[in-house]
Ligand binder design. Structure first.
Ligand code: COA
Length: 188
């Protein structure tokens, strides 16, 4: 039986294993066309995310982690140079006619779904579970997607309804900057 819930500290090993299987530095080459993630987490950073209310949403079957989605405010993410850059450029983008800021948005991601349950609707379940959990705190959610990650762009636009606000570059990689209202509802 799969359940969608907030992660607890004992989920950390399962989350780390799923992250490792999908991380650009450790992913199997044959898996890369189905998407990859670039954010790495130390054990301390993952512990802090799990301690943050709704910082880690998981799909779990018993103690087996089938998917996870991370989320936190920008003050947490600014430990990574990549997010320092995103914070710098964020006010250049708008969503719903409003300028995006660190006050009116938070950052979601990375998200990973284990291969065996891809295409089964798990993605939408954890996406909207996480989004709704943050709606009392922020009107907008922001994320980035590497432009070569076609699967992630497809799922976030078609199954989550995220919108592309523009593009940006960092360390020779090209990204989309994406946003959505935290009041958005899961498409039927
Ligand atoms: C990205 C990810 C979370 C999506 O979850 P998922 O369960 O695989 O998503 P789904 O299978 O429901 O949907 C993927 C969609 O992308 C499409 N797709 C698959 N490969 C694609 C590609 N290379 N280019 C464009 N679209 C692609 C599929 O056709 C599908 O759409 P459809 O159902 O309308 O046909 C998951 O694949 C994953 O964990 N990938 C590895 C890590 C990752 O990339 N994370 C996101 C980083 S931003």
């Amino acid at each position: 039986m799969m359940e969608i819930r907030d992660a607890v500290q004992s989920d950390a090993a399962g989350i780390r294993a799923l992250l490792k299987a999908n991380h650009i530095s450790t992913i199997r080459p044959e898996d890369k066309p189905d998407g990859f993630v670039t954010t790495n987490l130390t054990e301390e950073q993952l512990t802090a995310l799990v301690e943050t209310p709704h910082g880690v949403t998981v799909a779990a079957d018993g103690d087996r982690i089938l998917a996870f989605a991370l989320a936190n405010d920008w003050s947490f993410w600014k430990q990574w140079p990549f997010f320092v850059h995103m914070i710098d450029i964020l006010p250049q983008y708008s969503f719903d006619g409003r300028q995006l800021t660190v006050q009116n948005s938070y950052q979601y991601g990375p998200v990973c779904v284990e291969k065996s349950v891809r295409g089964t609707g798990v993605f939408q379940k954890i996406f909207f579970h996480s989004l709704q959990a943050w709606q009392d705190r922020y009107p907008y959610m922001v994320t980035f997607i590497n432009q070569v990650n076609g699967r992630s762009f497809a799922v976030h636009t078609r199954k989550a309804g995220m919108q592309e606000c523009g593009t940006f570059d960092f360390n020779d990689n090209h990204y989309y900057l994406m946003a959505i209202s935290t009041k958005a509802e899961q498409p039927r």
